[in-house]
Write a protein that binds this ligand. Structure first.
Ligand code: ATP
Ligand code: MG
Length: 593
């Protein structure tokens, strides 16, 4: 398998090179630094709201030193791959005193919905970023885009093509053969302008014609063979309603959006590399015509995130939701950001992850365990410890008086004494993990078996008598002078140390044990991706929790000792009755030897 652990060393959360607070560098940071050093953008005084360059000649200067943008299409929920892009774009802006624009690329009228817009904004905020006044919609620029289209037509850089879709496909050529000019390519500008205006007025049927840029049908780059830039779509748009019946194509719209907003570094994933020549061609033509001002935005590509054991394709994510393989976009198994949040992942964990995987131009797969490690690292720092028995069996202490109870002092974080201690009730009957007892112990087993002594964590040393099948309970006696923290308790040397919850005081709670959504590293690589779903990705149990957990608020995170990190579900928890989701186990059970 060619999954690769990222090359970077393991920095501590929030820390980087020793003696320096600067984040590890990458090629995009290097470009930004070089541009800043060269003063590439220094002459740019435009600020404030976007619009065509000439409309902003007198605008006040804007303090932003660079401008990046995060431009999702509002046609799905954000996923773990988007987190990489968000952290990169907003991170660069933060680091270099710039601004990052939040922009919805809503040029396609059919698939976009307000629900997606809202959830995308929520997710970016949750990751810790703020776009300030810079919230834009591509549809806000439809007038400018249309103006640009008319300009291109008038300047002889675009024409209306009336070939059928099949003809266009046939004449586009192939990777090895050049394309053929459309018979409509030679139409003079005036005729094209009339047709474009008729298209705009709704006088032609969908698919009967498109506006194409006139670049080069012989180019080895298929993207330069007169790409379509406007098409007829008689559809309602979620923001512009029925104002338009022609819509700009993404490859035309995107560079214009960037330029109007005066983006300096337009960072995108590698699949857009072949589009860059058209991006540059288009902006250069519009600058020539005075519709845009130099310097123009620079497109920079990086390798997208590929993560094992999940899928990061909107189409597949939508399928998982629509066909009910999961319980919705925010199902904690889903590799969406809303799912990750419910799962108990943290923004800080994502930040650590982004730093650790770095940014490069070579495609690679990141092992899901790297993401889990980052979450563990952060959760270890912030999650108080609690005791929880997930697979309970009763433990009866035969020499502990019935009806008696006492409190044990338990640290909230073993490495953070300043987090204090809490009192946990102890009594004659406790819950312990079923696997902490063995009738005949395997080699190296130090927990309960007849005749063996173990310590009940932060409590007493007990000696095991055996298991009673009739009452389904493990029986033991305790050593009254062995209580943790009391003088002489250390005199007892035992190898096993197990957690417990008082049966009389427990909080029996619904706990969901989540695991990776797909059991295959590359879902769908060898068969339909649905066949690779991990049936054990969710298991719901009733666990026995220490009583303090009853008070957990939604999104409170804990380490359940010896088990992993858990979060009180933000949707299903009720006051006094939280439900818990496992974010991540304490150790990676998927790592191969
Ligand atoms: P679509 O197929 O609908 O275009 P998309 O994944 O490209 O899906 P967008 O909403 O267009 O989704 O993405 C917004 C931004 O997130 C883009 O700049 C895109 O390059 C980036 N992005 C998407 N997927 C990843 C990924 N796996 N890794 C890094 N960045 C990504
Ligand atoms: Mg996209």
């Amino acid at each position: 398998m060619n999954t690769k652990a990222p090359n970077t060393r393991k920095p501590e959360a929030g820390k980087h090179e020793a003696g320096s607070n600067a984040p590890a560098s990458n090629f995009i940071r290097n470009i930004v630094e070089a541009d800043l050093a060269a003063g590439k953008w220094a002459a740019r005084t435009w600020g404030g709201r976007p619009g065509p360059a000439r409309a902003h000649a007198g605008s006040p200067p804007d303090a932003a030193k660079i401008r990046t943008r995060f431009p999702p299409e509002p046609n799905g929920y954000l996923h773990l791959g988007h987190a990489k892009s968000i952290l990169l774009n907003f991170g660069l802006a933060r680091e270099f005193a710039g601004a990052c624009h939040m922009r919805f690329d809503d040029t396609n009228p059919e698939k976009e919905e307000q629900e997606y817009v809202d959830s995308i904004l929520d997710a970016v905020r949750w990751l810790g970023f703020d776009w300030g006044e810079h919230l834009y919609y591509a549809s806000d620029y439809f007038d400018h885009m249309y103006e640009a289209a008319e300009y291109l037509v008038q300047a002889g850089h675009a024409y209306v093509d009336r070939q059928s879709a099949e003809e266009m496909r046939a004449n586009r050529g192939t990777l090895t053969q050049p394309g053929k000019d459309s018979p409509w390519r030679a139409t003079p500008p005036a005729g094209n302008l009339d047709l474009l205006r008729e298209m705009r007025e709704g006088r032609h049927a969908e698919g009967s014609m498109v506006l194409r840029a006139k670049v080069d049908m012989g180019s080895p780059n298929i993207n330069l063979r007169d790409p379509a830039i406007y098409r007829i779509r008689k559809a309602e748009h979620h923001r512009t309603g029925d104002t338009w019946c022609i819509y700009p194509m993404y490859t035309f719209a995107h560079p214009i959006e960037d330029a109007l907003e005066r983006i300096t570094h337009s960072v995108c994933t590698l699949e857009f590399e072949d589009q860059r020549p058209f991006y540059d061609w288009l902006l250069a033509r519009l600058a020539e015509g005075g519709l845009l001002a130099n310097p123009l935005p620079q497109q920079i590509e990086f390798a997208r995130l590929n993560l094992t054991n999940v899928v990061l394709s909107k189409r597949k994510l939508i399928q998982l939701v629509n066909e009910k393989h999961v319980e919705g976009w925010d199902d904690p198994r889903m590799p969406t950001l809303v799912g990750a949040r419910r799962r108990g992942y943290t923004p800080e964990g994502f930040r650590l992850f982004a730093e650790r995987i770095g940014v490069s131009r070579s495609d690679s797969w990141i092992d899901y365990g790297v993401l889990e490690d980052c979450m563990r690292e952060h959760l270890n720092e912030v999650a108080p410890r609690r005791m929880a028995v997930l697979d309970p069996v009763r433990l009866v202490i035969e020499n502990y008086p019935e009806g008696q109870e006492e409190l044990c002092e338990v640290p909230n974080h073993p490495q953070k004494p300043d987090w204090g201690k809490r009192s946990v009730p102890f009594s004659r009957e406790l819950w312990i993990e079923r696997e902490d007892y063995a009738e005949t112990p395997p080699k190296g087993y130090f927990r309960l078996f007849p005749g063996n002594r173990v310590r009940l964590r932060y409590g007493f040393v007990i000696e095991c008598l055996g298991y009673d099948a009739a009452s389904d309970s493990v029986r033991c006696t305790y050593l009254a002078d062995s209580k943790s923290g009391t003088p002489g308790a250390d005199a007892y040397k035992v190898k096993g140390n197990i957690h417990w919850v008082s049966a009389r005081h427990d909080y029996p709670a619904e706990v969901r044990l989540y695991d990776r959504l797909f059991s295959a590293e590359k879902p769908g690589a060898e068969r339909d991706f649905l066949a690779d779903l991990n049936p054990a990705a969710k298991r719901t149990i009733t666990a026995r929790l220490e009583p303090a957990l009853r008070e957990a608020a939604p999104e409170d995170r804990f380490q359940f000792e010896r088990h992993g990190y858990f979060v009180a579900d933000r949707i299903d928890s009720r006051p006094g009755a939280p439900v818990f989701n496992r974010a991540v186990t304490l150790r990676d059970s998927w790592a191969r030897a």
